[in-house]
Write a protein that binds this ligand. Structure first.
Ligand SMILES: Cc1ncc(COP(=O)(O)O)c(C=O)c1O
Length: 416
C-alpha cells in the first residue's frame, strides 16, 4: 500500500529515516515517496491494460511540479481545473494533447489559454460554458474538442462535500440536456463535441456507484451511436477510495474487473482521472509536539502543523492515522494517554486527530500524520499568517527538497 514503515522502531520513507529529514528541513514537513506514487500509477495502468486508457492524473490532489513531472515522465496525462493548473502542467512538461480540463466556472481568459495551448479536451459542465468555448475558439480561428460532463444522478456513498454526481450537485449536465446538445451540435461551429465524461465523487470505496454511473453513460452513448453520432472519448473520472484507517476500498484490479466489461463494449478511447488513489498514501505530514496540555477533561497535544497545513480533518471530519516517528514499546512504567492532536490556529475546528492513544508522548516528539499526500499541501493556506510547509520527495534512498518552506516575507510578497 505504501513505503512508510518502521525499522528498528523508527519510521522510514523508503530507506530514509524521516526524523533525519525533519531535523534537516524542519517541521511541519510533507514527505513523499516516489516509489509509492509510481506503484499506484502502475497498478491502475496494469489493471486497465486491456483498454489502454489515457490516465490523466488529477492535478488538484497534489499539484507539486516535481510530482507532476515524475508522473508525466511515466506517461501520465493530466486532469486540470484552472488556468493555474494548466500553467503547472505545462511547466511539468505535460503534452497538451494529454490534458483534459474540467470545472464549472472556466473564465474566458482560462478558456483562451487552454485553447491556445492545444489542450486535448474540455470537459464541459453547462450549456453557457459550451457557448463560451465555441465563441473563444471561433475568435481564435480554431476547432476545440469537447466532452460533455454528464451528471448521472447516482449516489456515491461518500462525504457530502465530495459527492459530485448527484442531481443536487453543481457539476455536469443532465442526460436529457446532454442529448439535446449532441443532437444540435451543428450549432457550435467551432467545437468538435466528441466525448462524454463523468466524475461522481471522491474517496469511493465500493465499485457499485461507478458501475451504476458508467452503465448510465454507456446506455446514453449507445443511443447516440444508434442515431449516427460518434463518441470518441469516454472519461470515467477519478474517485477511487484509499485506506485511511479501517476502510477496505476496492483495489485497482477489483475496480477494473467491475467496470471493464462495460468499457470494452464501447468504441471510444477510455480516460481515467485518478488523484487520491495515486497520491493519498504517497505522503505524510511530519509535525512536532510543541506542548502537552493535560486538562481534567481532555488532553491536548499541541503540534506545529495545523488546519492551514492539512484541512481535511477540519473540513470533512476526515480521519488520518497519527504515528510517532519513534515508536516506544509499551512497558508498565510508561504513561498511556489519549490526546486530541491540535494545531496553533485560533479556531476550535483546528485539529488533526481526536482522542488518539499515545505511549509516553513527550514535548518535542515528532509525529507523522499518515496518508496526507492527496488534498494536503494542495489545499493548504497561510491562514493566521503561517508560512506554508516545505515538501520533500524521497527517491531511491535520497531526499530532495521540492518546495522550500515559505518565509515571512513570502507572506506579504504580493501585497502593495
Ligand atoms: C473532475 C475530477 N476528476 C478527478 C478528480 C480526482 O478525484 P480523486 O482524487 O478522488 O480521484 C476530481 C476531484 O475532485 C475531479 O473533480
Amino acid at each position: 500500500m505504501h513505503d512508510f514503515k518502521y525499522r528498528h522502531s523508527e519510521l522510514y520513507c523508503e530507506s530514509v529515516n524521516i526524523a533525519r529529514l525533519a531535523k534537516k528541513y524542519g517541521t511541519p514537513l510533507y514527505v513523499y515517496s516516489r516509489k509509492t506514487f509510481l506503484d499506484h500509477y502502475r497498478k491502475l495502468q496494469a489493471a486497465f491494460r486491456d483498454v489502454r486508457p489515457l490516465i490523466c492524473y488529477s492535478v488538484k490532489a497534489n499539484s507539486n511540479t516535481s510530482i507532476l513531472r515524475m508522473l508525466v515522465k511515466e506517461g501520465a496525462g493530466l486532469d486540470i481545473v484552472s488556468g493555474g493548473e494548466l500553467y503547472r502542467a505545462l511547466r511539468a512538461g505535460a503534452s497538451p494533447r494529454k490534458i483534459v480540463y474540467a470545472g464549472v466556472g472556466k473564465t474566458e481568459k482560462e478558456i483562451e489559454y487552454a485553447i491556445r495551448q492545444n489542450s486535448l479536451l474540455f470537459n464541459v459542465e453547462s450549456l453557457p460554458e459550451l457557448r463560451a468555448i465555441d465563441s473563444v475558439a471561433g475568435r481564435l480561428g480554431k476547432t476545440q474538442a469537447c466532452a460533455l460532463r454528464i451528471n448521472p444522478d447516482v449516489k456515491a456513498k461518500t462525504h457530502k462535500y465530495i459527492t459530485t454526481g448527484h442531481k443536487q450537485n453543481k457539476f455536469g449536465i443532465d442526460i436529457a440536456t446532454a442529448r439535446n446538445i449532441f443532437l444540435n451540435r451543428g450549432q457550435f461551429e467551432n467545437l468538435d463535441i466528441a466525448g462524454v465524461h463523468t466524475h461522481i465523487g471522491s474517496q469511493i470505496v465500493d465499485a457499485r456507484p461507478f458501475v451504476n454511473a458508467i452503465r448510465k453513460l454507456a446506455g446514453f452513448v449507445r443511443g447516440l451511436e444508434a442515431g449516427g453520432i460518434r463518441v470518441k472519448w469516454f472519461n470515467i473520472g477519478g474517485g477511487l477510495g484509499i485506506i485511511y484507517s479501517g476502510e477496505r476500498p476496492q483495489t485497482a484490479q477489483e475496480y477494473a474487473r467491475a467496470v471493464l466489461p462495460l468499457l470494452k463494449k464501447l468504441n471510444a478511447r477510455i480516460i481515467l482521472e485518478p488523484g487520491r488513489f495515486i497520491s493519498g498514501n504517497s505522503g505524510v505530514l511530519v509535525t512536532k509536539v510543541i506542548y502537552l496540555k493535560e486538562a481534567p477533561r481532555k488532553n491536548f497535544a499541541i503540534v506545529d502543523a495545523a488546519m492551514n497545513d492539512l484541512i481535511r480533518p477540519s473540513l470533512y471530519g476526515a480521519y488520518h492515522e497519527v504515528l510517532p516517528l519513534k515508536s516506544a514499546p509499551y512497558t508498565t512504567s510508561k504513561k498511556i494517554r489519549n490526546y486530541d492532536v491540535v494545531g496553533p490556529v485560533c479556531e476550535s475546528g483546528d485539529f488533526l486527530a481526536r482522542n488518539r492513544r499515545f505511549i509516553d508522548l513527550q514535548e518535542g516528539d515528532l509525529l507523522a500524520v499518515m496518508s496526507a499526500g492527496a488534498y494536503g499541501f494542495s489545499m493548504s493556506s497561510v491562514y493566521n499568517s503561517r508560512p506554508r510547509a516545505a515538501e520533500v520527495l524521497v527517491d531511491a534512498g535520497r531526499a530532495r527538497l521540492i518546495t522550500r518552506r515559505e518565509t515571512y516575507s513570502d507572506l506579504v510578497h504580493t501585497e502593495r
